[in-house]
Design a protein around this ligand. Structure first.
Ligand SMILES: Nc1nc2c(ncn2[C@@H]2O[C@H](COP(=O)(O)OP(=O)(O)OP(=O)(O)O)[C@@H](O)[C@H]2O)c(=O)[nH]1
Ligand SMILES: [Mg+2]
Length: 270
C-alpha cells in the first residue's frame, strides 16, 4: 500500500515500519537528531516515496538484555533533550488513543508534546492523533505484540523533538508482552478500563507491578456496567501498592484535571 504524500515511511529489515505523519513528515528532513539522524535524513531525501531501510542495531546479546541496553540509551537521549517519556500500556481498546487525543487538544496546547503509537497494523491511531502542534509517528510492528527499545530509538530519532517536553508512547494493546520491554520511559502508565472488569490486576500482575500510574478509564459507563470501582481499586492496590491511581473518563472529562496535574509535574525543569 502506498503511503499518502504527507507520510514518510521507514522500514527496518525485520519488517517494522515507522510512519511519520502529517507535520512530523514535513519537518523530518530538516530537524532530525540522534546517532542515526544523518543516515535517515539522507535516505529520506533520496527516496521519492520516503521509504528507507534503517540499519538495525546488532548486539550479540540475548534479546531482553539487548533491549535493556537500548532502553538505557533511550533514557539518556530523552534526558539530554529535556523531555519526559511515558509508556502507555493496556489491553486493546482500553482508551489509550482517545485519552491521548483529548490530552493533545487540552494539555498539549500549552505544553509541547509528541506521540509514538504502536499497533500491529494500520496507521489509524496515528491519524487520530495528528495535530498541527504535535509530531506523531506510527510504528506498525507486523507480528510483534509489543514495542521494544530499538523501535522507539529509530522512531524517536526520526521525529522533530525540538522543544518537546513530553513524549507519549502508546504501546501495542496487550496486557502481557509489553511488561517485559523497557522502552527507556520515565513513567509507565497502565490503563484499566471499566469494560474489562475489576479482576484484571489479579490475573495480569506483571504489567501492574511495573506501573507508576494506573488510570481507571471509561468511568462514565461504570454504572451501566455494574462496575465496582472500590473493588477494582482494591485489586490494583494489592498488586501495585507503588502506583498512583486516577479514575477518569476521556469522554465526560472526570479525572482529567488530576491526569493533567500528573503530567505537569513530569515536565522537566529547564
Ligand atoms: N464510554 C467511553 N468510551 C471510551 C472512552 N475512552 C475510549 N472509549 C471508547 O473505547 C473504544 C476504544 O478506544 P481507543 O482509544 O481506540 O482504545 P485504545 O486503547 O487506543 O485501543 P488500541 O489502540 O486498539 O489498543 C472506542 O470506541 C472509544 O470511543 C471513555 O472514556 N468512555
Ligand atoms: Mg489506540
Amino acid at each position: 500500500m502506498n503511503p499518502s504524500p504527507s507520510t514518510l515511511v521507514a522500514e527496518t529489515p525485520e519488517g517494522v515500519r515507522i510512519s511519520l505523519l502529517g507535520g512530523a513528515a514535513a519537518r523530518a528532513g530538516r530537524a532530525l537528531s540522534g546517532p542515526l539522524a544523518a543516515e535517515v535524513a539522507a535516505a529520506l531525501q533520496s527516496s521519492p516515496r520516503g521509504e528507507v531501510a534503517v540499519r538495525a542495531v546488532d548486539v550479540n546479546v540475548p534479546l531482553l538484555e539487548k533491549n535493556d541496553i537500548l532502553a538505557e540509551r533511550n533514557r539518556g537521549y530523552f534526558l539530554g533533550r529535556g523531555l519526559a517519556a511515558l509508556n502507555l500500556v493496556s489491553s486493546p481498546g482500553a482508551g489509550k488513543t482517545t485519552l491521548l487525543a483529548r490530552t493533545l487538544d487540552e494539555f498539549g496546547v500549552q505544553t509541547s508534546c509528541a506521540v509514538l503509537v504502536g499497533d500491529l497494523e494500520t496507521e489509524n491511531d496515528g491519524r487520530r492523533l495528528q495535530r498541527p502542534h504535535a509530531p506523531v509517528a506510527q510504528i506498525t510492528t507486523g507480528t510483534v505484540c509489543h514495542l521494544d527499545a530499538g523501535m522507539i530509538a529509530r522512531a524517536a530519532e526520526s521525529l522533530d523533538l525540538d522543544g518537546v517536553r513530553l513524549l507519549f508512547i502508546e504501546n501495542v494493546g496487550n496486557l502481557v508482552c509489553p511488561a517485559s520491554f523497557d522502552l527507556g520511559e520515565q513513567v509507565r502508565v497502565v490503563l484499566l478500563s471499566t469494560t474489562e472488569g475489576e479482576d484484571k490486576p489479579l490475573k495480569y500482575p506483571p504489567i501492574f507491578k511495573s506501573a507508576h500510574l494506573v488510570l481507571l478509564t471509561k468511568v462514565d459507563v461504570a454504572d451501566a456496567l455494574g462496575f465496582d470501582r472500590a473493588a477494582a481499586i482494591e485489586n490494583i492496590r494489592r498488586i501495585a501498592p507503588q502506583a498512583r491511581i486516577i479514575p477518569l473518563s476521556a469522554r465526560s472529562g472526570e479525572g482529567l484535571p488530576e491526569w493533567y496535574g500528573f503530567l505537569r509535574a513530569l515536565v522537566p525543569e529547564r
